[in-house]
Design a protein around this ligand. Structure first.
Ligand code: AMP
Length: 231
């Protein structure tokens, strides 16, 4: 009841899509919205990662998942849209959903818009773009660290840059070994602010976009995200 009250009170849309370059903090902010307002958090990247160990995949699906998780290539639109439509279908009468990274091509945005119109849900939708420069994305992704003991990720932002030990458990911090510079460069080429611009323009033209400056601290960005989704 409290959750429904929150959404009605704040006039928040039921389906929020957070877009942004890798390292923009869209996942972090989506988790905050989920915790504060009872929205379901759906990261398409996590959905793909969780499929890695499934034994019922076709060879085509295995290649798609490997290419996206190991090499940073985009998964095909049809594959992602199937996941996204399923989640919407399951939640039409349920809780709100905050999608994190679910839209990364203009075609995905168009197909989703068609789907929402067909289902008469287009008024229940808002895109929030959390923007950082490609240079900032590269720095954040190559310099963020992970705690060897508890696996907490220490982002390369604000005061966390100066941590010597894990703020949660005191463990040693190291650079994430999967943060290979070549793969990161490639991901930013494909998914950075330049690549995102046509999607940003698409939602701007539809009047369904809020832009948030993602260059600040996590707390500063959170304030802006809150303002964006409640206005
Ligand atoms: P993330 O953890 O959000 O960076 O996602 C991990 C990987 O999953 C990305 O590098 C992409 O290869 C793939 N992926 C996630 N969402 C999408 C999407 N909407 N379209 C295409 N590929 C995606």
């Amino acid at each position: 009841m409290k959750i429904i009250f929150h959404n009605i009170f704040h006039n928040m849309k039921k389906f929020l899509i957070f877009i942004g370059p890798p390292g923009s903090g869209k996942g972090t902010q989506a988790k905050k919205v989920s915790a504060k307002y009872g929205y379901k958090h759906v990261s398409t990247g996590d959905l793909l990662r969780n499929m890695i160990n499934r034994t019922d995949l076709t060879d085509e699906e295995k290649v798609i998942i490997n290419d996206s998780i190991q090499l940073g290539k985009l998964a095909p639109d049809w594959f992602i849209l199937k996941l996204v439509f399923n989640v919407i279908e399951e939640n039409i009468f349920g809780q709100g959903v905050v999608f994190d990274g679910a839209i990364r091509t203009v075609n995905q945005a168009e197909e989703l818009q068609n789907y929402l119109e067909k289902k008469a849900l287009e008024k229940e939708f808002l895109a929030v773009a959390i923007m950082i420069s490609d240079e900032e994305a590269f720095a954040r992704l190559t310099k963020r660290r992970v705690c060897e003991a508890c696996q907490e990720i220490i982002p390369w932002v604000g005061k966390a840059k100066d941590y010597i030990k894990c703020p949660k458990c005191g463990g040693n911090l190291k650079i994430r070994h999967d943060d290979n510079e070549e793969v990161i460069k490639d991901r930013i080429d494909r998914q950075g602010s330049v690549a995102l611009q046509p999607i940003v323009d698409y939602y701007k033209n539809l009047n369904k976009l809020k832009i948030v400056d993602g260059m600040g601290t996590i707390e500063e960005v959170e304030v802006e995200v809150d303002r964006a989704i409640k206005s």
